[in-house]
Structures are given as C-alpha cells and as structure tokens.
Design a protein around this ligand. Structure first.
Ligand code: NAG
Ligand code: NAG
Ligand code: NAG
Ligand code: NAG
Ligand code: ZN
Length: 373
C-alpha cells in the first residue's frame, strides 16, 4: 500500500521542482513550444515611428506601420519577434521622451502576448533636428512641451529635445515589459548597448540547445556607425565560453550592414546566388571593420547575419561559409516607398535547419531560402 503513496510523493516533489524551475527560468533562454519541432521569428526592421510628428502625414505612417505588423503577426503566429533597429526616428521627435513612440512600435507584439527583443539602429537615440520649414512661412507649430513663459526654454531643458539615450530607451522597455528579452549588455561595451546572447532550447530539455542568437549594437546616432573591437572581443570570449566546439548553430542580428555586404552585393541584374526581391540601392555599410566579421567567418557554427538599415534591399547572399541577409523595411516611416513586409526565420531542430522568407503586408510570400550552409 505504501508504494503508490511514495510514488505520488515523488511525483509531487517533481511537480513542485518543475514549477520552481519554470518560475525562476532565466530570461536569456527561449524554448520551442511543447509539441512543436520548430521556432518562428519575425524580424521588424526600420519601423521609424515618430517620423514628421508635427504633420498629419507622420502619425498616419505609424498607424500604417501598426497595420503591417498586425497583419504579419496574425498570418505567421511567430514564437518571437526581433526589432532590428531604427524603431523610432528620434531626430523627428520634438518631445523629451522618445520611449512614448518606441512603446507604440512594440505594442502589436506585446498585445498578442508574443515575446521579443530589440537592438539599436542609428536613428533611435538621435538629437532632434529642427526642420527647415519651421523657419519659413509655416512657422514653428505648437510643441508638446511645457514652456515656462517666465523663463527662457533652454534653461528648463524641457524643449531642448536632446534625444532619449540608448540606456533610457532600454530601461523604459525593460521596466514596462515582462515579455522583453532585450538586455543592456556588458557595461564596458558602452556607448554601445543591446549586446547580448539568447539561447534557444528544445521544449522539455533546457540542456538541449538548438541555437544561440547574438544581438549587437552597430552604432550610429550618438556615436560612429561601427562594431567596435571591444564588441568583437566580447563575442569571441562569449562564443568560446558557451559554445566551445562550435557544436551549436549561431545566428547574428544587428542594424547596419558590415562592409562584407558590399563584397557580396549583386552589381548587375544578374543576382548570382543571392535571393531576394529588392536590389534598389547601394549597401550603406558601417564606417569601419574592427574584427567582428573575421571572427564570424572563422566559426563554422555561424549560419547567418541579419541587418536592416538599407530600406531598398531585402536579399540574402552567400558569403564564405555563411549568409549575409537583409531584413525587409517594415515601417511606413523612413525613406523609400517599396511595399512593406517582414523577414521570417524558421529554426527547426534535429536536424538543424534555418529557413527564411519574406511576408508582405498584403499577405504574399516570396524569396524563400534555406540558410543552413
Ligand atoms: C533577467 O535576469 C537577470 C539576472 O537573473 C535579472 O537581473 C534581470 O532583472 C532579469 N530581467 C528581467 C526583465 O526579468
Ligand atoms: C518615458 O516614456 C516611457 C514610456 O511611456 C515611460 O515609462 C517613462 O516613465 C517615461 N520617462 C520619463 C522620464 O518621462
Ligand atoms: C516658472 O518659472 C518661474 C521663475 O523661475 C517659477 O517661479 C515658476 O514656479 C515656474 N512655473 C512653473 C509652472 O514651473
Ligand atoms: C579570440 O580568442 C582567441 C583565443 O581565445 C585569441 O587567440 C584571439 O586573438 C581572439 N581574437 C580576437 C579578435 O579577439
Ligand atoms: Zn532605417
């Protein structure tokens, strides 16, 4: 009679242990859903919320961007969303707190209960740039700042619009959002923020790692557009520590393409081994290469790099043993009128595969490619 009792006690202890594990599960690990063998990620790039905030046109663009995101999320039902930089156009935002716009850009994902993470682009922490048109006939429109008429505005700082720093944007995202997997990253990599790694594990065994996803800040805005040698060293150290034999595949995300993108970009109408639908402009690369690409090339586990920044490019091209990919311009803010969409990634375990395609705002899908290399 005592045996079943013992078994149920053991089972109960197991359950309690499971519960404790779940509650305390760390915020750097993502899991494939139980019963599923794949994990789907949507990349939203270059949303540019807060564009021309003082016009009727600007806020309309943000409504349109919300529609793009809602359509893609409802058609793809992803497990995770990556916000790939230029979430806001801070140089167009004449209020002190750009997080108010950042928060709108995050809202379609949060409203659906989908976890996400973000990296910075070059527009996110920019200073406000006073538009030329305000100094001609239209004049300066009513601003959303409280100017104390008995003091000059600059003494108050309320109307100075010095941008919202990367740290403030990140702090506001994390404080308000349990679903965010974004991270500040190591302090010694400042002024770059958002350098971190997330682990993707199988549904029931956290020890079985399917992929590591690295997020880096490629600069721009308040400092040069570059991935520093300190960031490269951080990647070198971290990847050797957590994945010493390159057994687990690695996927990389940042905003501004590295100079290697210029080497693989198709130069004619023949697109070679590149797969995509937009080949409309020159690669606008980082200002310098400080060792990051050499490290990625040297690791057989690195499968692909994903960037935004060039709104007129959406290709993936093979480069050495990996793939260099663009996302797809998702926002109505930012230059270019090419139809909006989002790049999708599907990671499958056993055997590992990384499939990608582009989902357009009208539902149409194209440019499917297998990035296993
Ligand atoms: C994530 O985990 C770290 C370390 O356990 C903790 O300091 C941090 O507050 C957590 N962040 C969130 C958003 O839960
Ligand atoms: C800025 O906006 C965010 C998002 O609404 C909010 O959480 C935060 O408290 C605001 N910060 C300041 C200094 O007003
Ligand atoms: C405006 O500035 C004056 C002078 O510095 C100060 O006495 C007053 O309290 C301020 N008013 C507000 C609403 O901040
Ligand atoms: C990466 O790490 C290896 C060994 O730990 C070291 O030899 C190499 O110089 C490092 N490379 C960079 C760019 O930091
Ligand atoms: Zn952009």
């Amino acid at each position: 009679m005592s045996l079943p009792f013992h078994i149920s006690i053991v089972f109960l202890i197991f359950l309690i242990f499971r519960l404790i594990l779940t509650v305390h599960s760390d915020n750097t690990t993502l899991h494939v859903q139980p019963g599923s063998s794949s994990f789907k990620i949507v990349l939203f790039a270059d949303l540019h919320f807060g564009e021309d905030t003082w016009t009727d046109w600007g806020p309309r663009q943000d409504v349109n961007s919300i529609k793009v995101m809602s359509t893609v999320l409802d058609q793809e039902h992803p497990d995770f969303v990556v916000y790939l930089g230029d979430i806001v156009t801070a140089n167009n935002i004449p209020i002190k707190n750009a997080s108010l716009y950042w928060d709108q850009a995050i809202s379609p994902t949060r409203d659906r209960g989908i976890p996400w993470s973000s990296v910075f682009g070059n527009h996110d922490d920019m200073y406000f740039e006073w538009p030329m048109e305000w100094f001609s006939s239209t004049g300066i429109p009513p601003l959303h700042c409280r100017v104390n008429v008995s003091r000059p505005p600059e003494s108050e700082g309320v109307c100075s619009f010095k941008g919202t720093t990367r740290s403030e944007l990140m702090m506001n995202e994390l404080e308000m959002n349990k679903l965010s997997y974004s991270k500040f990253g190591p302090k010694d990599l400042w002024p770059s923020i958002s350098n971190y790694v997330l682990k993707l594990s199988s549904a029931n065994n956290p020890e079985s790692v399917i992929a590591y996803m690295y997020f880096l800040d490629s600069g721009g805005g308040s400092y040069p557009e570059v991935i520093s040698s300190a960031q490269a060293e951080w990647f070198n150290r971290t990847s050797q520590e957590i994945n010493p034999n390159s057994r687990v595949p690695e996927i990389i995300f940042w905003h501004i393409p590295s100079q290697a993108y210029k080497e693989v970009a198709p130069r004619s109408d023949a697109h070679g081994n590149c797969i995509g639908s937009l080949f409309m402009e020159e690669v606008a690369a980082q200002e310098a290469e400080m060792g990051m690409m050499q490290l990625l090339e040297g690791r057989s586990s690195v499968k692909a790099v994903f960037v935004g920044h060039n709104h007129g490019l959406d290709w993936c091209c093979p480069y050495k043993k990996l793939w260099l990919c663009y996302a797809r311009h998702s926002g109505y803010g930012g230059y270019g009128n090419w139809p909006r969409g989002a790049r999708i990634l599907e990671i499958t375990q056993q055997p590992f595969s990384l499939k990608s395609w582009i989902r357009m705002q009208d539902g149409h899908v194209h440019s499917e490619v297998l990035l296993n290399s």
